[in-house]
Design a protein around this ligand. Sequence first.
Ligand SMILES: Cc1ncc(COP(=O)(O)O)c(C=O)c1O
Length: 428
Amino acid sequence: MFEKGLLFENDFQKQLKSQFYNVDADPTFGERIFFENSGGSLRLKACVEKKAEIEAFPDCPERIHARSLYLKGLVETGTKEILEIIFGAKSGALMTELTASQTMFQLVGIIMENVPGKNAVVSSIEHPSAYDAIEYYCNKTGREMRVVPANTKTGGIDVDEVIKLVDKDTALLSIMSASNISGNIMDIKEIVRRAREIKPDLFIISDMVQHAPHCAMDVDELGLDGANFAPYKFFGLRGCGFCYVSDRVAKFPHHKLLAKPQEVFELGTSAPANFAAVMEIINYVCSIGEHYIGKKSRKETYREGMRRIHLQERALLYRLLEGTDEVKGLRHIDGVTVYVDTEDITQKDLIIAMGIDGVDFTKTVAEYQKRGVTVYERINTSIYSKRIVEAIGIEGAIRVSPLHCHGVEDIDKFLKITAQMVEDFKNN
Ligand SMILES: Cc1ncc(COP(=O)(O)O)c(C=O)c1O
């Protein structure tokens, strides 16, 4: 259904856009189209304001005073909502760190140091946080590291390829939910189902940093033991990473204060403002859901909000690729190549990996910048992307990642700038 997506109504999209800061212009550096949301997304005003409001109070959340209790309540409600609504978990624990990468290293470490087995399986297109954590703990615990090759046509990971590497001796399987380079969405449900046919109690985790801002997560339905996200890629703020930990993982020995219950991962005083800011993300997504299905439970409106975000983004993706009668899409501009492009875009987040034929990626990014477009290159000379771009068979790519709050006029503007830029490159 909705293979080509479904746009928000025009007025509604504009109203959503107005809830983000600095969408169309940087106050110092001028007008710009910000299509670099995979590197850090546009910020919801409500998140930034809530964070500032809460940070203004010095009270320790562990005291009995009214403000302290209020702050403590934010952490408690925030923990419950992040687990239940964002992760879709009825049980389990929440781990917080300064970054999503830190949560991934912790999670991998706890599982690898406590689960018997001879190998661990990870995909070749993981962000370094998951890939390097697996390599580090394979070395530390004397396990074989098995790396699943990518499908160079789709830019994703095929279920069959994962299954070839999993056996009864696999201690941990880690596959990201969506690629931050190609936008490809992995079939985690099928991966989990088939991997557990081989080893029913296999520990399986997924990096959800890329996918969480584009689609509702459901760790219970997927049967995962761990998953994480980063608010700064999810309309929120830098400086924290959140991770779901299943009950059976929470039971393993982990860093904690001895007097605290087993499922508590927090070390030291919590940061109520971070939880309050994430609840603003949830409020925002729920408001989109409510616009379409009216007042329902927060979980239902959140899911509907995410479904609508996903459909809006698919429609924007389709327009980027195909264009309109008036404006050529990327697939049709002579001199532009869309990498790992697939006819079916229902298994993609709103990310395009593209290049301009014969033009260096870094030069292209700089030229876009001059023309008021912020995008970024992912290339094989960067420590963050070398392994990944090579795994999908390319030297690099310009990553184009708009957000659901953008409108078709932003896409058309970008397409026109791209077509003109290609012409100018040809003529110089
Ligand atoms: C897919 C994916 N996983 C993990 C991370 C790491 O997030 P953080 O910077 O919060 O550690 C990123 C950041 O780029 C990412 O794109």
